[in-house]
Ligand binder design. Structure first.
Ligand SMILES: C[S@@+](CC[C@H](N)C(=O)[O-])C[C@H]1O[C@@H](n2cnc3c(N)ncnc32)[C@H](O)[C@@H]1O
Length: 201
């Protein structure tokens, strides 16, 4: 299952499948992914997250906000390990049970990463080179988080659903930034917004 969708080594594929199985095992207890999406967790979550990795710089400190069950950051970390890239991973998740899941996933999948189990608004700046957030907040809020936690020359990657143009319009009232919308390979009308040079208007 899934091998046709991703161009990765057999070892990386096996790790991604092990991660998928872990999500499915835990989600009954702590709701890591929605019930309807459990039917198609590979495409809706794993492949969807893998495309974020494909658009990221090849090295640097990667911070993921509101990581939940680790999407996209656990997928990114598996793929980074698979190609021997030089990333360091930090995930921020305020729900303590989900933070326990993230630490378990890192351990069971032999991945390196730091889990901060606190609210994004409360923690010291993380100085990210790469900042991701999936299904966390609207774009104006995400740009506010990025302005605190991302380096000036960093790259933000925000997967967004079909309402992304509306969010962009709102964001432009408060923020100046360069935004490249990259069409999603998994959802019609969805995009990964690759954003740089963020400053307040
Ligand atoms: C809808 S889930 C998305 C999880 C994951 N990124 C995904 O795509 O499946 C949002 C997650 O962000 C966490 N979260 C929401 N607000 C937060 C905050 N202010 N600080 C830290 N985590 C937060 C929630 O606990 C939740 O796990």
């Amino acid at each position: 299952m899934g091998s046709v969708d991703l161009d990765v080594s057999r070892e990386t594929l096996q790790k991604l499948e092990a991660y998928r199985d872990l999500i499915l095992k835990w989600t009954g207890k702590i709701n890591l992914i929605s019930k309807p999406s459990q039917e198609d967790v590979w495409e809706r979550h794993i492949v969807d997250s893998a495309q974020v990795f494909a658009h990221a710089p090849a090295s640097g400190h990667w911070v993921d906000l509101g990581s939940g069950g680790g999407l996209p950051i656990i997928v990114a970390s598996i793929m980074s390990q698979g190609v021997g890239a030089d990333h360091r991973f930090t995930m921020v998740e305020s729900d303590q049970r989900k933070a326990v899941f993230l630490r378990t996933a890192l351990r069971e999948l032999s991945l390196e990463g730091t889990v901060i189990s606190d609210r994004i608004e409360k923690i010291a700046t993380l100085e990210a080179d790469i900042l991701s957030a999936r299904a966390l907040a609207d774009l104006p809020t995400l740009l506010g988080f990025a302005s605190v936690h991302m380096k000036k020359d960093g790259t933000a990657l925000f997967p967004k659903g079909e309402g992304w143009r509306k969010e962009e319009k709102l964001a432009q009232n408060h923020w100046s930034y360069n935004c490249e919308p990259i069409s999603s390979t998994t959802h019609n009308q969805a995009v990964v917004l690759r954003i740089k040079d963020i400053s307040r208007v």
